[in-house]
Design a protein around this ligand. Structure first.
Ligand SMILES: Nc1ncnc2c1ncn2[C@@H]1O[C@H](COP(=O)(O)OP(=O)(O)OP(=O)(O)O)[C@@H](O)[C@H]1O
Ligand SMILES: [Mg+2]
Length: 282
């Protein structure tokens, strides 16, 4: 069920967009993956990005923190143009937290060490301060008791929450999530989404690629549907998920609900159905 009151109870948003993408194009050789993306995300806003496999969702997210260099167009974060050749990209990147499908924790370091290492290396924090920030953020994701554990002893969901805490410990202004729950067993997804939901309510600006439609409906201020490297639809979850105005959006959502039908319909391999083909709750 949609919860607009929870959304409006979040801290007030400022007028300037926290993330602004303008005329963004990205090609890999002859393959034009992003074909002119315009998108603004306000401070404190949560935007979920959905779309078929290969539509350019990850590439868009990676262009927002310049892990991929756009072929054309501009990206602004907090008013700074990342695509300006003179920008101190490392300084800007520190303001952007990123969480991937794979958690990428260091297996030979404890949970606390995984959180303190980047703070010390990148931000130059001292040992005591880094440890204090690590402890605060482990509490934030409900894993204070795992401070001394090693990643291999944690469930996938716990490892992903450590990865979120690691990003938060850097004090980012915005958080980008690329399918943070799609590598998890279904019973572990809920705890990760609960942490993300809490972050949203604390007022974090979030851009989330996900196929968790219940999360998108309840937490997102806006849902963006991408297909073929363009934004086809951008609106409230009620509009885009509940009452899509484009046939491509409707088709994608129906495949999410029932991938088996899509195979019959198209006589294809069902490659467009993300998340391993399991039907999702809409
Ligand atoms: N580093 C790269 N080099 C070459 N091609 C790439 C690279 N990264 C992505 N692509 C291509 O760009 C297109 C879009 O990929 P992208 O990963 O952005 O899609 P996606 O929407 O995130 O898909 P999925 O839902 O499967 O994660 C694909 O055709 C992909 O093969
Ligand atoms: Mg992707």
């Amino acid at each position: 069920m949609s919860t607009p009151t929870e959304k409006s109870a979040r801290p007030a948003r400022s007028g300037t967009p926290e993330i602004r993408v303008s005329g963004l194009h990205k090609s890999f050789g002859d393959n034009e993956v992003l074909r002119g993306i315009d998108l603004e995300i306000g401070a404190g806003e949560v935007v979920c990005v959905i779309g078929p496999s290969g539509s350019g969702k990850s590439t868009l997210l990676r262009c927002v923190n310049l892990l991929e260099e756009p072929t054309r167009g501009q990206v602004f974060v907090g008013g700074t143009e990342l695509t300006d050749p003179d920008v101190d990209i490392d300084a800007v990147r520190r303001r952007i937290g990123m969480v991937f499908q794979q958690f990428n924790l260091f297996p030979h370091l404890s949970v606390t060490e995984n959180l303190t290492l980047p703070q010390r290396r990148v931000l130059g924090r001292g040992k005591a301060e880094a440890a204090k920030v690590a402890a605060e953020n482990l509490r934030r994701v409900g894993l204070a008791e795992k401070a001394d554990a090693f990643p291999a002893s944690l469930s996938g969901g716990q490892q992903q929450r450590v990865a979120i805490a690691r990003a938060l410990a850097m004090g980012p202004e915005v958080m980008l999530f690329d399918e943070p729950t799609s590598a998890l067993d279904p019973e572990l997804v809920g705890d990760v989404l609960a942490v993300m939901r809490r972050l949203a309510h604390e007022g974090m600006t979030m851009m989330v690629v996900t196929h968790e439609m219940t999360f998108a409906r309840e937490v997102a201020d806006r849902v963006v549907f991408m297909d073929g490297g363009v934004i086809v639809e951008d609106g409230t979850p009620e509009q885009v998920i509940g009452n899509p105005s484009h046939e491509r959006t409707r088709h994608f959502l129906s495949r999410l609900l029932d991938p088996a039908m899509a195979d019959v319909e198209e006589g294809t391999d069902g490659a467009g159905a993300p998340g391993g083909g399991a039907a999702k709750t809409l």
